[in-house]
Design a protein around this ligand. Structure first.
Ligand code: FAD
Length: 824
């Protein structure tokens, strides 16, 4: 023991220093002090001397720059220069256009949750709140989604007018140009509320406020373009669309074959320098009704009319709809969710150079411009749409499951249904926090490229899961389409959100971790830049600054992973209150795991990591769930840690913890270099994989919470449109819940009487008469039962139609002689 003690001492000092991220010099001083103490207490002097020499061997070259730089940093720089593949232009742009917020802390492996909790609580201004309570509420009341989706396959003209007049298209346009100049939070809340009643209307409002002419002109437009277009866009005098995608360029949008050649041509009677554009775009939202088409294409100047560069690169222009040669107006039909969407084509369409967004100065910078603006739009439109549908769907389905009875019980009481209800509630709770968090990040001035990809992927994916569970819980009521169906259209439309703004498979497996691991990692980008710095001396200095901090961080993350895994994350001080501390502690462990695996993956695979999409996808899942739980806990604290929300919070947390451990275990089991996976397993899971999916008792509590009025349910439903009305079947069902519950004891008493007594009446009304006559129920209770019957009937009734009402009238009109002509 006396011989081993000094080595144990330096190991323990190293582990302690690594865990607490102490500086190397502190570790060395601590180790030497402890070695002296051990020697004085009787440890072997030889072993003490060897251990001290080891400490010096590690510390001296690392602490003395004159030794460190030539001996260690220079060879490391040489290695990195060879090992790191040069970044492509597209990758450089993607990395340069985002900013790093709290997600950067997650990659450090030791997040400062107090920093997250200290961010100001997101708040609407009085004007924004008034807009939500006024025009947004009114718009929702006017929406008849069935008429939009089935009868008109479009918004009726008066709804278009209402939207334009109230500047719904101008939420992101500054007030000085006549727009509403709203915060991202307000924008999120508006889309969320509209989406809770109609995804067609939310897409219609969402697009002009997302990546497209409005935002691009606002950021990059010439003053002339701003002065002319922004006021017109704000009031809907111009309807914008943005065309990037084409038949040969979908996910890989940089490969667009559409081109514009610089040439002379005629514009408004004058001979000017311009572009002859040839393009074929598809899937373009609002294109059929647009008046101003934003277009992405590759610009060429073969005759050198504006400079020496022939291939200028991706460029963005504004194309007025009535420009000669523009072919627009035909429509696609996206999954029975008929927002305006269609192709835009043109051959040799001439526009002057003044139509380039930002003018000639911005020619060739289109990809930068799109990337810079993408993060903001992607943070809001789709996450808020998913959140609105999920929040409303959760409470309405809860009410339905309480009112709808089978086998003498509300269907929501059956354990199988409870499970589905819990998933609906827990996921709706989580994604609503996530979508609000990304909007709040935009308002803090971030360009949240990684969080926006997380929010886009997880909100839309969970939105689809929720839509599926809703359909299962409500059975035939969801399947039979018609004005009374509150769920069918959301189910149909779910894959649209999955596909647009970066299809989800690619977003998960390529973008979230691929971009996050480089952009948000505390050292990787600095090291890459250092390795690629043409000035070798500057590169050496920069690498020297980053490399040792990185190595120290990696050792710390390994120690933290092991220790936090071994102790179940219990022995550490962290943020939170008595209830949430345990969640933050677990997240600390998973953050250390993520940081460790990131370093090992990048170190072992280098540039090959971007082709290992399964690994990237799984580490992306870990990052995403960490970020999402941060958002959930932040909102819980912002709302004063309400006791009533605990089942939702706990369900969401346990689900994420389970997903995180699943992703970590799959990443390790399938690690591309198998032995590394085996070595890492005991460090990440010293006690094995222990997180389990939310248990049945917790699921029961969440399901119960959705099926009765309470403050947690109310909070979950806040910000969505539940005002009961003729065209809001979900709002009606939700409004019946309290009355239905009040009538339950009377119903039970009445049903028992029906079973146990000899009753002659067969129809409901006569049975009630007999009940009152025989004294089983009072006249007041009879009224309650009648009301319950009416409520139940409205809740469960589905629509039926005359045959002609289901035909597409124009289709049969065109085939008038086939005997099936529509009567409508
Ligand atoms: C209703 C609708 C509205 C739209 N609105 C607009 C609009 O207004 N403007 C506009 O410009 N575009 C618009 N789009 C286009 C949309 O952004 C594209 O559909 C999307 O980029 C995917 O392209 P794609 O459909 O061709 O799929 P593909 O690119 O063919 O992808 C097919 C599958 O392969 C996966 N995949 C592709 N590459 C990778 C990879 N490297 N790693 C992993 N998986 C990968 C994708 O995730 C997807 O699952 C819209 C699309 C739809 C359907």
């Amino acid at each position: 023991m006396s011989f081993a003690l000094p080595f144990l001492v330096i190991f323990a000092a190293g582990a302690f220093a690594a865990y607490h991220r102490l500086r190397l010099a502190v570790w060395a001083a601590l180790a030497i002090t402890l070695l002296v103490a051990a020697w004085l207490l009787g440890a072997s002097p030889v072993a003490s001397a060897i251990a001290a020499a080891l400490v010096a061997l590690v510390a001296v070259p690392l602490l003395v720059p004159a030794l460190r730089k030539p001996l260690l940093t220079a060879p490391a720089l040489g290695f990195l220069r060879k090992a790191l593949p040069p970044l492509s232009q597209t990758e450089k742009i993607a990395l340069e256009t985002g900013s790093v917020g709290f997600e950067g802390d997650l990659f450090s492996g030791k997040p400062d949750w107090n920093k997250l909790l200290a961010y100001p609580k997101p708040q609407l201004s009085a004007e924004e709140q008034a807009f939500l309570d006024g025009p947004v509420e009114e718009l929702c009341k006017r929406i008849n989604d069935w008429e939009i989706t089935h009868v008109h396959a479009d918004l009726p003209p008066e709804l278009w007018d209402f939207i334009k007049q109230n500047k719904f298209f101008g939420m992101i346009i500054p007030k000085q140009y006549g727009g509403l100049g709203f915060s991202a939070l307000a924008h999120h809340k508006v889309i969320q509320k509209i989406a809770s009643i109609s995804s067609v209307v939310s897409a219609t409002v969402g697009v002009p406020n997302s990546l497209g002419p409005g935002e691009l002109i606002n950021h990059y437009g010439t003053q002339q373009q701003k002065d002319y277009y922004l006021p017109r866009l704000a009031i809907g005098q111009e309807v914008p669309c943005f065309g990037l995608t084409g038949p040969f360029a979908g996910s890989d949008a940089t490969s667009i074959p559409d081109f514009g050649i610089v040439c002379k041509g005629e514009w408004n009677g004058a001979n000017v320098l311009g572009l002859r554009l040839t393009f074929d775009k598809r899937y373009i939202t609002l294109a059929p009704v647009s008046t101003l088409i934003g277009l992405a294409f590759r610009m060429y100047d073969p005759e050198g009319l504006i400079g020496d560069t022939r291939d200028i690169g991706i460029t963005l222009a504004l194309l007025p709809r009535d420009t000669e040669g523009v072919d627009v107006g035909r429509r696609h039909f996206p999954l029975n969710s008929p927002f305006q969407n269609g192709p835009v084509r043109g051959k040799e369409v001439f526009i002057p150079l003044s139509q380039l967004i930002g003018g000639v100065d911005m020619a060739g910078k289109g990809w930068n411009m799109l990337n810079e603006c993408l993060a903001v739009g992607r943070s809001i439109t789709l996450p808020s749409t998913a959140s609105g549908g999920a929040k409303a769907g959760a409470v309405v389905t809860g009410a339905y499951a309480r009112i709808r009875k089978q086998f003498g019980l509300p269907v929501g009481r059956f354990e199988g249904v409870e499970e589905a209800l819990a998933r609906i509630g827990g996921k709706a709770y989580a994604i609503s926090a996530l979508s609000q968090a990304t909007a709040a990040a935009v308002d803090r001035g971030d360009v949240p490229s990684v969080p926006s990809a997380i929010a886009k992927y997880h909100c839309t994916n969970a939105g689809r899961d929720i839509a599926k569970d809703i359909m299962d819980v409500i059975g035939g009521k969801g399947i039979i389409l018609g004005p009374r169906n509150f769920a069918g259209r959301s189910w149909q439309a779910a894959p649209i959100a999955i596909t647009v703004e970066g299809a989800n498979i690619m977003t998960r497996s390529l973008l979230i971790f691929g971009q996050g691991s480089i952009l948000c990692h505390p050292y990787i980008l600095k090291e890459m830049r250092a390795a690629q710095d043409p000035d070798a001396k500057a590169g050496l200095e920069a690498l020297d600054g980053a490399l040792y901090a990185h190595v120290g961080g990696a050792i710390s993350n390994a120690v933290r992973s092991f220790w936090l895994g071994l102790t179940g994350s219990r022995l550490q001080a962290t943020a939170g209150d008595a209830y949430t501390k345990k969640f933050f502690r677990k997240l600390n462990r998973y953050a250390a795991n993520l940081a460790l695996l990131t370093d090992v993956s990048l170190g072992a695979l280098g540039g090959r990591l971007k082709f290992k999409e399964s690994l990237s996808g799984r580490l992306g899942d870990v990052l995403s769930h960490l970020y999402m739980m941060g958002a959930v806990l932040k909102r819980h604290h912002d709302e004063g840690c309400p006791e009533a929300d605990k089942p939702l919070l706990a369900w969401a947390f346990h689900n994420s913890a389970y997903e995180i451990e699943l992703a970590l275990s799959q990443a390790l089991r399938n690690f591309p270099i198998k032995p590394l996976g085996w070595l890492l397993w005991p460090v990440v899971f010293p006690l094995g994989r222990r997180a389990v999916a939310p248990g049945d008792r917790l699921s029961h509590r969440v399901a119960m919470l959705l099926m009765a009025p309470n403050e947690a349910r109310e909070r979950l439903a806040s910000g969505v449109f539940l005002t009961p009305g003729e065209h809001n079947p979900g709002g009606r069902i939700n409004s019946y819940l309290a009355k239905a519950i009040l009538a339950e004891p009377v119903e039970r008493k009445f049903l028992k009487a029906l079973k146990t007594r000899d009753i002659e009446a067969l129809d409901f009304a006569s049975q009630l008469d007999e009940g009152v006559r025989e004294g089983w129920i009072t006249a007041e209770e009879r009224k309650q039962l009648e009301e319950l019957h009416a409520i139940t009937l409205d809740t469960i009734t589905v629509d039926d139609f005359d045959a002609h009402e289901l035909r597409a009238a124009s289709y049969y009109d065109n085939r008038a002689d086939d005997g099936r002509r529509a009567v409508a």
